[in-house]
Design a protein around this ligand. Structure first.
Ligand SMILES: NC(=O)c1ccc[n+]([C@@H]2O[C@H](COP(=O)([O-])OP(=O)(O)OC[C@H]3O[C@@H](n4cnc5c(N)ncnc54)[C@H](O)[C@@H]3O)[C@@H](O)[C@H]2O)c1
Length: 451
């Protein structure tokens, strides 16, 4: 391990990153500023794109890629090349199965790949999000099948990735990095590695503590979003505007953190990670009620969007069956091109199954695959809204903030808006139904519409 510390200090360490996706590629770019980095991925198409200087990840521009490509960054498709690396960092997906059981197959397969090249003196870091215990109980046993001993022959640590795609205020190297090794020495080496490129490193007691940190962060978000979604459903009935309430509550200078309602949660983390923790808790005899209930509430918000669309159409004398409904926003959050686990998937699927004529638009997402088929995005706001009988806004992309009520009224066949993200304030001659917006707002504007 001492020689690894020297290699970090003199920047001669070679780093292999397994998985070149939303996490692995930005991380590779950060390490490539100081070290030689090999970026390995099982997807040949990804490696070919990277070799051609084309990034598929929004946060890494082609220009940034080309600056280190062939200099300090080398995309590789042959895992044997990883044997020259001192550090091997795993950034592969951790999805859920259909019945919401953690699927560790990518982590296991990455470890099996590493096993073929593992030698004494190397160091393996797991970054994929997973339940506490994975590093000790899944990663280490696979690697020790080589006959080498973890913690003495080779190092092992866990470091949870906290990147927030699309967030320009917090690029990956500005986010404090938590590290926990399987013993004190491993924590020290991992802290030195990340400390050489990241602004701040937070060492914790061990790998399972580091794994638990990530679980806490994402469960905290999931539970708080669910809480505010539940309040939004209540306030809608009470004639109270949730957004106004939260903004006012957020003026309290301590003890409150604002979360906003919406059509559900998406992305690779928040909808999945709580189920990782929940799965693990059950092994210890706990039924985690907060975690599971919050998942159910956030899931229900998608059905609530469909209910609002149906209600809005009814108010203009139309039925959902056969209605032309345009879904505005397919990504799981604003200004990004990632539709994974996006609420749009289920909403589009359900609407199509209910017989609606569904159109979709997202300037960042060219198409959306659902169980009801693949939906191709319209080319422009005009094309998307022309002839729409109900426009459903699911994402607060900055470009959507520029769309006026007048534009919707001018283009749409009937003026019905379902607003999942507080993009509009309601208005005359329009049926406006906003998540978390009070019924009095709705009734006021509907009365005006009737008038
Ligand atoms: N995307 C995020 O915002 C984010 C944020 C924090 C943490 N995470 C976590 O980081 C991990 C990676 O997520 P991601 O968003 O980068 O996923 P991703 O799907 O964008 O990228 C993963 C890459 O790994 C490759 N891969 C899969 N199995 C492999 C294997 N055995 N060997 C080599 N390559 C393999 C895939 O081809 C893919 O290119 C997940 O655990 C995720 O939960 C993601």
């Amino acid at each position: 391990m001492q020689s690894l510390l020297s290699k970090i200090a003199n920047q001669s360490a070679k780093i292999g990153i397994i998985g070149q996706g939303y996490v692995g590629l930005p991380l590779a770019m950060v390490f490539a500023k100081n070290f030689t980095v090999l970026g390995y991925d099982v997807c040949l198409g990804t490696i070919e794109c990277l070799r051609a200087g084309k990034s598929q990840i929004q946060d890494v521009g082609d220009e940034q890629l080309s600056q280190c490509l062939g200099q300090t960054y080398f995309p590789i498709s042959d895992p044997e090349d990883l044997d020259t690396c001192d550090f091997l960092i795993i950034c592969v997906p951790t999805p859920l199965s259909e019945d919401k059981i953690p699927d560790l197959s990518h982590i296991k397969s990455a470890c099996t790949t590493i096993k073929t090249v593992l030698r004494s003196g190397q160091f393996v870091v797991l970054e994929s999000t997973t339940y506490p215990g994975t590093t000790d109980e899944v990663v280490v046993p696979i690697l020790e099948e080589t006959g080498l001993v973890a913690g003495s022959d080779f190092g092992v640590a866990y470091s949870p990735e906290r990147v927030d795609p699309g967030n320009k205020n917090f690029p990956i190297d500005k986010i404090p990095t938590v590290v926990g090794g399987i013993n004190t020495e491993c924590t020290e080496v991992a802290a030195a590695l990340y400390g050489s490129v990241m602004d701040q490193v937070v060492p914790v007691r061990d790998a399972r503590t580091a794994e638990a940190v990530k679980m806490v962060e994402n469960i905290f978000r999931n539970v708080n979003i669910a809480l505010v979604n539940e309040l939004a459903l209540i306030f809608e009935q009470m004639g109270i505007n949730t957004w106004e309430v939260i903004d006012a509550a957020a003026t309290k200078p301590y003890g409150f953190m604002p979360f906003y309602p919406g059509p559900g949660v998406g992305g690779h983390c928040i909808p999945l990670d709580p189920y990782y923790m929940s799965y693990r808790a059950k092994k210890y005899g706990f039924i985690p009620r907060f975690i599971e209930t919050s998942g159910e509430i956030n899931e229900f918000m998608k059905m609530h969007v469909i209910n609002l669309a149906e209600r809005g159409l009814r108010q203009v004398g139309k039925r959902l069956y056969g209605a032309r409904i345009t879904i505005m926003g397919l990504a799981y959050k604003k200004n990004i091109n990632d539709p994974r686990e996006s609420p749009a998937i289920k909403i589009v699927e359900e609407l199509a199954n209910l017989g609606a004529d569904v159109q979709v638009y997202d300037p960042y997402v060219p198409s959306l695959a659902t169980k009801a088929g693949v939906f191709t995005s319209a080319k422009s706001v005009e094309e998307a809204l022309s002839g729409a009988e109900c426009a459903v806004f699911l994402v607060d992309h900055d470009v959507f903030r520029g769309i006026s009520m007048e534009t919707v009224k001018r283009l749409a066949a009937s003026p019905v808006i379902v607003d999942g993200k507080n993009l509009f304030a309601g208005g005359d001659e329009i049926v406006y139904l906003g998540i978390g917006k009070g019924r009095s707002d709705i009734d006021d504007c509907n009365d005006r519409h009737k008038g």
